[in-house]
Write a protein that binds this ligand. Structure first.
Ligand SMILES: Cc1ncc(COP(=O)(O)O)c(C=O)c1O
Length: 373
């Protein structure tokens, strides 16, 4: 609970261990390009079972670099999901390519693999599936189509796919994000996992202004960016990795508490798993029935001290993305329905059982008042 008695949507778990780790870096004098970044990367790769993990300044930066590294460029098309956070589609634009949206599966809200296969043209350079709300997309099916895959796993740390592989561990570049509402945080930050040495080398160079790891200071042989993660952030990441299993378990337990508390409330509750695997719980998004006015529910919940957000507006209807993709309203009905009826409720380790009950009661009351409003 916040000081004013309201319940926030998200809150990071930060303790004395993170404080000590940050202080140690500050006192070391090495604030960038140092041992904490290497330690963070090695531990992350070991956890997911990949050969490489590259720390970057954000999930968005990681998506941009991963698309560059698999060879996406101007004139290319990248097939992706319209039900995502805007960064997944924006990264395609950064690479000079065009996002080609296809609709999503109604249960997982991840890209429909059949629709993705049907959208392939001679210009298709890659697929960019999104493990939205932590649910694993069917990348196993996309792999059969023999095109590069960049997986947006920014919301999916802790998810496991249908073959028992941790999401992000299949070998193609997968990108994680560490913004403060994520399963673990570094404040801002991200990580790209992959198995191929050549892809790892491109990402390592481009995140550091186009300087390969074996090149000297002020030596650059390709266009690069400053997408580095600081040592301060990496040190927080190392401590958060120590906490990660506990934090993931708390999220899973909370989802179970919510499912029980909402049993008699007329909302669709999110599935813990589907045919593609098991969710790594990130947000708790319920689906309101059609007759309930979502905006009115949001206002009522906030007035009752319960933060909440509409999740997520469909990307293909956003101005710049509608323009570049040529998408129209009504084109992706599953994504649009989910986008117009989803509501994210407070969800973070430390949320108590009593607070979950309060959220459920406030939601039920708000929905009764907002029915037909
Ligand atoms: C699905 C998805 N993709 C990409 C991102 C971008 O990550 P970041 O905010 O670290 O740039 C996020 C996180 O906010 C996300 O949820």
């Amino acid at each position: 609970m916040s000081a004013d008695g309201s319940i926030p949507l998200a809150r990071p778990v930060i303790g004395p261990e993170e404080e000590a780790a940050v202080l140690a870096v500050l006192r070391s004098g090495q604030l960038s390009l140092g041992p904490k970044t290497v330690e963070f990367e090695q531990r992350f790769a070991a956890r997911l079972g990949t050969k490489h993990a590259l720390a970057v300044s954000s999930g968005t930066a990681g998506l941009h670099l991963a698309l560059n590294a698999v060879g996406v460029g101007p004139g290319d098309e990248v097939i992706t999901s319209p039900f995502s956070f805007v960064a997944s589609a924006n990264a395609i634009l950064y690479a000079g390519a065009k996002p080609v949206f296809v609709d999503v599966d109604p249960v997982s809200l991840t890209i429909d693999p059949e629709a993705a296969a049907a959208a392939v043209t001679e210009r298709t350079a890659a697929f960019l599936p999104v493990d939205i709300f932590g649910m694993p997309a069917r990348v196993d099916i996309l792999e059969n189509l023999k095109l590069p895959i960049v997986q947006d796993s920014c919301e999916a740390l802790g998810a496991v796919d249908l073959e028992g592989v941790p999401v992000g561990g299949r070998g193609h570049p997968s990108v994680f994000g560490f913004y403060a509402n994520k399963q673990m945080t570094t404040g801002e930050g991200g990580m790209v996992t992959c198995n191929e040495g050549s892809i790892s080398e491109v990402i390592a160079s481009e995140r550091n202004q186009g300087r390969a790891v074996d090149m000297g200071w002020l030596d650059h042989d390709r266009l690069g960016y400053n997408y580095r993660l600081s040592e301060i952030a990496a040190a927080i990441g190392v401590v958060q990795l120590d906490r990660l299993d506990g934090m993931l378990a708390m999220r899973t337990a909370l989802a179970e508490l919510y499912a029980a508390a909402l049993e008699n409330v007329d909302v669709g509750i999110p599935a813990a798993s589907w045919e593609g695997g098991t969710r790594g719980w990130f947000v708790y998004v319920v689906t309101l029935p059609n007759h309930v006015n979502r905006d009115a529910v949001i206002l009522a919940l906030r007035a009752a001290g319960v933060d909440c957000k509409p999740y997520l507006p469909a990307l293909h209807l956003m101005g710049h993305l509608a323009e570049v993709s040529g998408s129209r309203p009504g084109e992706f009905p599953v994504a649009e329905a989910a986008g117009s009826r989803g509501l994210a409720l407070p969800f973070f380790p430390g949320l108590t059982e009593a607070e979950v009950a309060r959220v459920a009661e406030s939601l039920a009351t708000a929905m009764t008042n907002a029915s037909g409003a």
